[in-house]
Design a protein around this ligand. Structure first.
Ligand SMILES: NC(=O)c1ccc[n+]([C@@H]2O[C@H](COP(=O)([O-])OP(=O)(O)OC[C@H]3O[C@@H](n4cnc5c(N)ncnc54)[C@H](OP(=O)(O)O)[C@@H]3O)[C@@H](O)[C@H]2O)c1
Length: 313
């Protein structure tokens, strides 16, 4: 082997013995660059299709497309409340589900008065598990349920690790974040399949920020559940969407960052999200959130995390 005493000599030596490899590596590099380029183009196209093209369309007739009634769990707060109102604006009758009777009552009256639709509510504590669904089943019997929105969820701004969390809290997360979405779908999807139309929207957080193991796992469960359920029922005309918003203004301003653009009000968010119904099986539902995710995918992770930390200070 030749003595190596300079980079130039080493380079010449390597190039002489490996010139085929260099060409091979150049082709690999070109293919990799082309693949990345195509992915960026596809991501931009998807973003435009979902958040620009759909905005140009006039409001759809959701009653005709999916059915007369929409059921919204966790309907008294933030995205759930705004989503219910948005569906009412589209002429759907609304059934609100939550555990605060007084709020349900006033919200139900407000929606009926403001949008001229029929409303009703079911006051149940979803953290109690199986026993509460008998009442829900009774209330939904014989109704033409077109859309189910699973928004009920428990979320802690200061999450406790599994080691620190009380057992009751762990059960609450399992019952409200996981079981409620599955059991509610089990109650209404068979009717949708029979009528060959309907939609299920499962709302989970799209944020990968601080979270405890049990809450993070509940998100993963609902995401997989949505995907698989979609595969099972799509041929029957039932659409399943997993909605993964990032920060929505109102309740948790501290985790939303400094740019209001990235934390729309629940009403603005719901208006955008409803437009994506039927068009994407998994979406953030809002263009600025989609942009945020896109940026996170294409810029280095450390830069993304630093900007996120900075924005929360
Ligand atoms: N808001 C956001 O910024 C945001 C962003 C991304 C994702 N999300 C997702 O949206 C979902 C809800 O989060 P959120 O922050 O919007 O919470 P939220 O404002 O507290 O809404 C949760 C809803 O679920 C209801 N709920 C909670 N426990 C219940 C129980 N045991 N029985 C019946 N209803 C119950 C709440 O009713 P009460 O308040 O009456 O208990 C409330 O209406 C979560 O999956 C979260 O990951 C929210």
């Amino acid at each position: 082997m030749a003595a190596v005493d300079s980079f130039h000599l080493l380079y010449r030596e390597v190039a002489r013995t490996c010139h085929n490899h260099v060409e091979f590596l150049a082709v690999v590099g070109a293919l990799y660059t082309a693949k990345k380029g195509l992915c960026i183009l596809y991501d931009c196209y998807s973003l435009m299709r979902l958040h620009v093209t759909l905005c140009l369309h006039s409001r759809r007739d959701l009653v005709q497309q999916y059915g007369e009634w929409a059921v919204v769990t966790g309907a008294t707060n933030s995205i759930g409340r705004a989503y219910a109102e948005e569906l009412a604006k589209c002429g759907m009758n609304i059934i609100l589900i939550c555990n605060k009777r007084q709020e349900l009552h006033s919200m139900s009256e407000a929606i009926a008065g403001n949008y001229g639709v029929n409303t009703s509510f079911i006051d149940v504590d979803l953290s109690r598990g199986q026993e509460v669904y008998l009442a829900v089943k009774e209330a939904l019997r014989d109704l033409d349920i077109g859309i189910l929105v699973n928004h009920a969820g428990v979320y802690d701004e200061f999450p406790e690790s599994l080691v620190e969390a009380a057992e009751d809290k762990v059960w609450e997360i399992l019952h409200v974040n996981v079981a409620a979405a599955v059991v509610m779908a089990h109650l209404v999807v068979p009717g949708m399949v029979q009528k060959k139309r309907g939609a299920v929207v499962n709302v989970i957080s799209g944020s990968i920020g601080k979270s405890d193991a049990q809450t993070a796992a509940s998100r993963a469960y609902v995401e997989t559940f949505s995907r698989q359920l979609g595969c099972e029922v799509s041929s029957s005309g039932v659409f399943v969407q997993c909605l993964t918003p990032l920060c929505v203004g109102g309740k948790r301003p501290s985790s939303c960052g400094f740019l209001p653009l990235f934390a729309p009000s629940p009403d603005v968010y719901a208006r955008h999200a409803v437009r994506t119904l039927g068009a994407s099986t998994r979406t953030t539902g809002y263009w600025a959130h989609a942009l945020q995710l896109l940026a996170c995918r294409w810029i280095p992770g450390w830069l993304c995390r630093s900007v996120g930390r900075l924005s929360q200070q």
